[in-house]
Unconditional design. Structure first.
Length: 136
């Protein structure tokens, strides 16, 4: 009996994670830089399996840098407060469109290395990914 209770407790504890996993990320990449502090940009595809739209609200990295959500309007980059991923939809972060800007990186981003990211969504979901650093 005690064992069944433990198993049930364990399953219940795990359940929220299964339910929460609504956003997934494909092919996260970041452009290599020559030196520390040189701006760069992060691209990826975001998928939302939920019946409700969700917003990417913030991005953090364990590697020191200032990460800002950007859009593009009339060929100019603009800061945006959130990137919406439609219900059951995808959003592509790509050159000339939506992207995540990297400012004030404490070190140069070397091609072949990885850049850890935590994406935070307005539904409380957090997704950790390692962006691949790629040359121009
Ligand atoms: Cu930008």
């Amino acid at each position: 009996m005690q064992r069944i209770c433990k198993t049930l407790f364990f399953m219940t504890a795990l359940l929220p994670f299964g339910v929460m996993a609504k956003v997934s990320v494909t092919n996260p990449t970041i452009i290599a830089t020559q030196q520390a502090g040189e701006p760069s940009a992060i691209f990826m595809e975001l998928h939302n399996s939920d019946n409700q739209a969700v917003n990417l609200a913030m991005v953090h990295s364990s590697q020191p840098a200032n990460l800002v959500l950007h859009g593009t309007q009339n060929g100019k980059m603009i800061t945006t407060t959130g990137i919406e991923i439609p219900a059951k939809g995808n959003v592509q972060l790509k050159p000339g469109g939506l992207h995540i800007m990297v400012f004030d990186s404490a070190k140069a981003l070397r091609a072949g290395e990885r850049f850890p990211l935590t994406l935070m969504f307005d539904n409380g979901e957090k997704v950790a990914v390692d962006a691949a650093i790629v040359g121009h």
